[in-house]
Design a protein around this ligand. Structure first.
Ligand code: SF4
Length: 478
């Protein structure tokens, strides 16, 4: 059995994972089931988008599509059984949406709907063998699209929708309303199986997908800040305490809040890992004294970090490295969009209820405290409101894109501002960032000095915008 997936930067030879297993550990069987599942989501969307013309909206179907797309992002869900169940559920939801549309059509027009629809809108598997056979046939996979330009446009749209669905899912857990986003998901997925769409129309949809992605980020920002306050610049402990701990990653702040509530006064501390680090910057979450700190390194470093942590770990939305040939597998838990065959999955909360993390908490109580792997603090929380609050302190400096000129302008800026000892420097290319770092170190500010230096490169090399922004440094005194 083979697969073809080119959805992330880990992909083989920068072209596509096409063997028995992807670079992320996703098997060909799961990859093909994910393709088939997305094809089924397109089937729901065909009817859902048509139903919109009759002012019909099925929120449950919208949220199902959203959660389903989310489950197919990289390093989220490797569970073949989960995808088979999702495919079955998608057929039932599709037929409900379809029936509702057909009835509305008949009521309005006095006759049955008779236009043709894509196969994904009507396919009915008789059993699991049918599902597996359809998945193995490559249904819904990219290689069904022969024209590379068309494939590229459609892939850009779908990957945009997947990212959007992740943001929307987190927002929905808080505000319980994402109708505009869910309707757009249906519109765009239906367009991906509409043979009449020209490449110009698909290009327009790429742009619209980007616009809706930005809008969805704003919806999530609003949901998070309304629920947890505006992120603040915060020192985060990277050492360890004496209590046993639970490590939590992903982006689901509601999961974290419920875990913090349930671990209160239990003698168990909660540590974030990698993707969950920004939780420390939210005022409401940082009030929990047992949100002890952040443990370990980036997501891809998790095997070493989990082994050292000693306690259990909860994956809330993604970033799972398949736990094969490891000793800690029995300490891992998944929830939300994440899944892996054999790992316990904490079920979704019932309407108005909360998730039950008691199994993880009881396990943590039996574990040793985390092993210390580093000490000190890191600083974060530079969200947009914090950046804007510092706007009048920002110093811009021109350079020509080279490391030497970058060094010169940063050195001059430091000399001209002797009272400032903490800097955040953003540079639009690697050369500028290197020059800035040299200047900061030479001035005694940096890794050997009395202060901390932050460096980031906001614009990827190779983007067109680089040409117009290459010559600017931004210095953020803090
Ligand atoms: S998601 Fe996995 S299988 Fe797909 S391109 Fe990325 S590494 Fe390869």
């Amino acid at each position: 059995m083979s697969m073809f997936c080119h959805q992330c930067q880990e992909t083989m030879k920068n072209t596509g994972c096409s063997m028995k297993q992807g670079m992320c550990g996703k098997s060909a069987e799961v990859a093909n089931l994910q393709d088939l599942f997305i094809w089924c989501l397109k089937g729901i969307s065909v009817w859902g988008h048509k139903a919109k013309k009759f002012d019909l909206y099925d929120n449950e179907a919208g949220f199902f599509i959203d959660k389903g797309l989310f489950a197919t992002i990289t390093n989220a869900n490797f569970d073949r059984t989960a995808f088979i169940e999702l495919i079955k559920e998608s057929i039932a939801i599709r037929d409900r949406v379809k029936d509702s549309f057909l009835q509305a059509h008949k009521n309005k027009n006095g006759s049955d709907f008779s236009l043709s629809v894509p196969e994904c809108a009507t396919w009915i598997p008789n059993n699991e063998d049918d599902i597996k056979a359809k998945a193995d046939s490559g249904a819904g996979g990219w290689l069904e699209i022969e024209n590379e330009d068309e494939r590229s446009l459609k892939a850009t749209i779908l990957y945009g929708l997947k990212g959007m669905s992740a943001y929307a899912e987190h927002a929905y857990q808080i505000n319980k309303s994402c109708k505009e986003v869910f309707e757009f998901l249906m519109e765009a997925l239906a367009a991906l199986v509409d043979e009449s769409k020209s490449q110009d129309e698909l290009f327009d949809l790429v742009i619209k997908t980007g616009e809706m992605g930005v809008k969805t980020m704003a919806i999530l920002d609003e949901a998070n800040t309304t629920a947890y306050g505006t992120p603040e610049i915060t020192q985060v402990n990277i050492g360890v305490g004496k209590n046993p701990g639970i490590l939590i990653t992903g982006h689901d702040l509601v999961d974290l809040e419920e875990l913090l509530e349930q671990t209160k006064d239990q003698g168990v501390d909660v540590y974030t890992h990698s993707e969950m680090l920004p939780a420390h910057y939210y005022p409401k979450l940082k009030q929990y004294s047992h949100l002890y700190g952040n443990y370990g390194n980036a997501w891809w470093h998790q095997k070493e970090d989990i082994a050292n942590f000693n306690g259990p770990m909860l994956f809330t939305s993604n970033c799972l490295v398949p736990p094969v040939k490891v000793d800690y597998k029995d300490k891992l838990f998944t929830t939300g969009a994440v899944g892996f065959e054999g790992l316990p999955h904490i079920p979704d909360r019932a309407e108005g209820g909360k998730k039950d993390f008691s199994t993880i908490i009881e396990m943590a109580k039996e574990c040793a405290p985390p092993k210390e792997i580093e000490t000190g603090q890191i600083t974060g929380g530079f969200a947009h409101s914090q950046v804007l609050a510092l706007a009048d302190k920002v110093i811009e400096a021109n350079y020509d894109g080279t490391s030497d000129k970058g060094f010169n302008v940063v050195a001059a800026t430091i000399t001209a501002n002797p009272d400032i000892t903490h800097w955040i420097v953003t540079a639009p290319n690697d050369e500028g960032a290197q020059g800035a770092t040299r200047a900061l170190e030479q001035a005694g500010i940096g890794q050997h000095g009395r202060t901390t230096v932050y460096r980031c490169r906001p614009l990827a090399s190779g983007l067109g915008i680089r040409l117009v922004s290459l010559s600017l440094f931004f210095f953020w005194p803090c």
